[in-house]
Design a protein around this ligand. Sequence first.
Ligand SMILES: C[S@@+](CC[C@H](N)C(=O)[O-])C[C@H]1O[C@@H](n2cnc3c(N)ncnc32)[C@H](O)[C@@H]1O
Length: 234
Amino acid sequence: MQKSDDRTPEASFRPSDYTAALVQMVLETADHVRGARVLDVGCGSGVLLAAAASAGAVHLSGVDIELGAVEATRSLLADIGFGAANDVSQGALFAPVAGRRFDLVLANLPHFPMSEGAVDGRLSSWSSGGPDGRRLMDLFLSGLETHLAPNGRALVMHNHFIGLESTRAIAGQCGLAVSTGKTIMVPVPQTKLAIMTPEVLDREIGQSIHLLGRYAFGTVDVLILTRAAEGNES
Ligand SMILES: C[S@@+](CC[C@H](N)C(=O)[O-])C[C@H]1O[C@@H](n2cnc3c(N)ncnc32)[C@H](O)[C@@H]1O
């Protein structure tokens, strides 16, 4: 039997429970995806763009800080016959798409409250959102509005335990309205609980983190962000 190798892009960038929730949301809201120019910020395996393609998107753009993710995304999009109508770039957040606007922006960014470090066979850049989990989320929120086309929207994965009220407040300051598209629970492996910022863990147990014996689950949302001026119907 072939031994799996944690260093391959397939292993490092494998879709997670969070990815699955966003895939489901993309497929369930196909009316907003058909004909859309789509950007995935932090594209990893590229599977969210593949979901958008299957729902009728016409142009796919991906950005990731990791070269391996850029290569994995290009390869996946080529596999599904979407090799031409896309651009996938290595870079931070919106930097490679400066000046461009999109009908749909997807983001499942690292926002787990922890210091730098690799966990579960991933790269350090997969999960870590800094001590409060908000390091990239807040940068993303501050850059989003200028990358949304008229009536554009973003679907954003969001751990409850980084503070939904903070996200609403910061989004509001950035001219964005927030609504909740979907709320689910995802397993939080012991390996991640062990490195979670202790203050956040203490605060959130019994709130957004539920311990069931040796198992833990966290509440997460798929948020829908639109321009505040345009309303936020889902
Ligand atoms: C939680 S993974 C999600 C990957 C993929 N979108 C998915 O849902 O499966 C976060 C991704 O963001 C990328 N990333 C981390 N920091 C980034 C940054 N500053 N700018 C762009 N991408 C970043 C990571 O390399 C990783 O691929």
